[in-house]
Design a protein around this ligand. Sequence first.
Ligand code: ATP
Length: 435
Amino acid sequence: QPKTKSVSGFLRERLNDDILDMLRRIGRVADAHGFSAYVVGGFVRDLFLYRHNEDIDIVIEGNGIEFARAFARKEGARVNAYDKFGTAVIIFADGFKIDVASARMEYYKFPAALPTVEMSSIKLDLFRRDFTINTLAIFLNPDKFGRLIDFFGGMRDMKEKAIRILHNLSFVEDPTRVFRAIRFEKRFDFSIGKLTAGLIHNAVKMDFFKRLSGRRVFSELRHILEEQNPIPALVRLEDFGLLKVIDPSIRMNKALRQMLDSARNVLSWYVLLYRPEECRQWIVYFLVLTRHADQEKAQAICRHFELAPRHEKIFIQERAEAETCLYRLSQGLPDKNSRLYEELNGLRMELILYMMAVTSRDDVRRAISFYVTDLKDIRISVKGKDLQKMGLSPSPLFGRILRTLLREKLDGRLQTRHDELELARRLIDGRETAG
Ligand code: ATP
């Protein structure tokens, strides 16, 4: 029997009124349709861990799609329904989303070796999940709003700070859970339970991962690389002998460890300086992780992981450009800002940060950071139409003049718009040659 205590006071304390009211309304609509509604999974886990999480996952005992449609109608929201899975997403006008699933017996397929037992449908739904801490649910119908449902010892493991699977065949059923276990362990600063750790060692020994498509492995790896600090999880992957799933020749040696730490410093420097959404940290870390690979091997890794062509291009061509650029810079730093700008200008930010992370030369790193902070965003105010007003008709000369102006500005020889216009005038008059 599950422990069922009420946490409604805790909900009131922890949630803002909008979310709390929303949960109550969900319970009322479900109730009116004769269904039971639960909020489940990461939302409940993070509630008890005092971590912000507004990803609401609802499980309906009954017809989740019917519920979603009824609820959305009342709230003036849209629904995307997936009949095949009995799931739906409710999308509000402001973009807020709620995921809805149906708990029904027939959706669960036991692994062949597990005994079939009877369970209520919510219990079955929760039993399919990865770790005990993700199996907590809160009942939302009005009569018992706020009742905590804990079938599998989720609260005990929250208190013990333990990541534990629900049954011994969990990793057989889905080996990607190994990566998830490590990710959660490091994110929450928990420990993987003894039995669970043993089963991970077993999964590695028996190479369960070869059954997985590269795409699925990569998706988990990418989740890890998107964690606030992915390095402890990468170290843990190595401890379990799992970095080899990325590529057999990756070693967490001192050099790689240093580059990863450096990537982390560079990323937080950049994120503090600018807005985070400009730069995908997983790309920077993945570039660092695969730095040892030559073109051919990098190609093979990308193919194996089924990376999108736009990502493959970053890891192959753009990386090669960045490495060439890094080599040139280490041979001698440019003596002018405009030269430094021209070296780095074509490279996207992820590659720039990669270069800063992997170079062993402080002077090179400083030059690149100077480009990021002081040069990258410099623009001239003179436009093509200003040149036209000066009587010049469109021609390749336009581009040359504008490039000359930018160069002069980068090198500190133009301060105001007036300076720019004056130089443009002189260039047009042919008193100076535009090159
Ligand atoms: P995150 O905070 O990284 O988004 P999460 O647990 O909140 O993690 P998801 O990874 O989207 O969110 O997973 C949602 C729920 O689905 C989890 O609570 C988990 O129980 C379940 N789940 C996800 N992947 C698996 C899996 N491979 N096996 C079993 N259950 C899974």
